[in-house]
Design a protein around this ligand. Structure first.
Ligand code: SF4
Length: 73
Protein backbone atom coordinates (compact mmCIF):
# COMPACT_ATOMS: atom_id res chain seq x y z
CA UNK A 1 0.00 0.00 0.00
CA UNK A 2 1.14 3.55 -0.67
CA UNK A 3 0.30 6.40 1.67
CA UNK A 4 0.62 10.15 1.14
CA UNK A 5 2.45 12.13 3.82
CA UNK A 6 1.49 15.81 3.83
CA UNK A 7 3.57 18.32 5.79
CA UNK A 8 1.15 21.14 6.57
CA UNK A 9 3.98 23.33 7.83
CA UNK A 10 5.56 23.35 4.39
CA UNK A 11 2.36 23.51 2.36
CA UNK A 12 1.42 26.95 1.06
CA UNK A 13 -1.79 25.80 -0.65
CA UNK A 14 -0.43 26.51 -4.10
CA UNK A 15 -2.49 23.73 -5.61
CA UNK A 16 -0.08 21.99 -7.94
CA UNK A 17 -0.96 18.66 -6.37
CA UNK A 18 -4.69 19.13 -6.83
CA UNK A 19 -4.28 20.02 -10.48
CA UNK A 20 -2.08 16.99 -11.11
CA UNK A 21 -4.01 14.41 -9.08
CA UNK A 22 -7.52 15.70 -8.30
CA UNK A 23 -8.66 12.28 -7.10
CA UNK A 24 -6.24 12.50 -4.21
CA UNK A 25 -5.97 16.18 -3.28
CA UNK A 26 -8.65 18.79 -2.66
CA UNK A 27 -8.96 22.22 -1.14
CA UNK A 28 -11.41 22.50 1.73
CA UNK A 29 -13.68 25.46 2.51
CA UNK A 30 -10.86 27.14 4.39
CA UNK A 31 -8.67 26.94 1.27
CA UNK A 32 -6.40 24.37 2.90
CA UNK A 33 -5.20 21.46 0.87
CA UNK A 34 -6.43 18.13 2.17
CA UNK A 35 -5.47 14.62 1.22
CA UNK A 36 -8.41 12.46 0.17
CA UNK A 37 -9.03 8.74 0.69
CA UNK A 38 -7.39 8.81 4.14
CA UNK A 39 -4.09 9.37 2.40
CA UNK A 40 -4.06 6.05 0.65
CA UNK A 41 -3.31 5.78 -3.05
CA UNK A 42 -4.92 3.25 -5.35
CA UNK A 43 -2.76 1.54 -7.95
CA UNK A 44 -4.56 3.32 -10.75
CA UNK A 45 -3.67 6.75 -9.29
CA UNK A 46 -0.11 5.98 -8.32
CA UNK A 47 1.62 7.48 -11.36
CA UNK A 48 -0.37 10.71 -11.10
CA UNK A 49 0.30 10.97 -7.40
CA UNK A 50 4.03 10.39 -7.88
CA UNK A 51 4.08 13.28 -10.35
CA UNK A 52 2.13 15.48 -7.94
CA UNK A 53 4.54 14.71 -5.12
CA UNK A 54 7.49 15.49 -7.35
CA UNK A 55 5.76 18.66 -8.59
CA UNK A 56 5.08 20.19 -5.18
CA UNK A 57 7.26 23.31 -5.13
CA UNK A 58 7.55 23.26 -1.34
CA UNK A 59 8.46 19.61 -0.90
CA UNK A 60 5.42 19.26 1.33
CA UNK A 61 4.50 15.82 0.02
CA UNK A 62 6.08 12.42 0.34
CA UNK A 63 5.03 8.85 -0.23
CA UNK A 64 5.37 6.03 2.26
CA UNK A 65 5.20 2.55 0.88
CA UNK A 66 4.13 -0.11 3.33
CA UNK A 67 4.28 -3.79 2.67
CA UNK A 68 1.24 -4.81 4.67
CA UNK A 69 -0.24 -7.99 3.37
CA UNK A 70 3.10 -9.21 2.18
CA UNK A 71 3.81 -12.84 2.90
CA UNK A 72 6.77 -13.22 5.19
CA UNK A 73 9.72 -15.35 4.21
S1 SF4 B 1 1.51 21.39 -4.32
FE1 SF4 B 1 2.52 21.27 -2.32
S2 SF4 B 1 2.39 23.35 -1.49
FE2 SF4 B 1 0.91 23.18 -3.14
S3 SF4 B 1 -1.03 22.61 -2.16
FE3 SF4 B 1 -0.01 20.72 -2.81
S4 SF4 B 1 1.16 20.07 -1.00
FE4 SF4 B 1 0.64 22.21 -0.70
Amino acid sequence: MVEIIHDRNRCQSIGVCESMAPQNFEFNDANEMTVLNNGTVGAEQLDQVREAVAGCPNEALALRETDDGAVGA
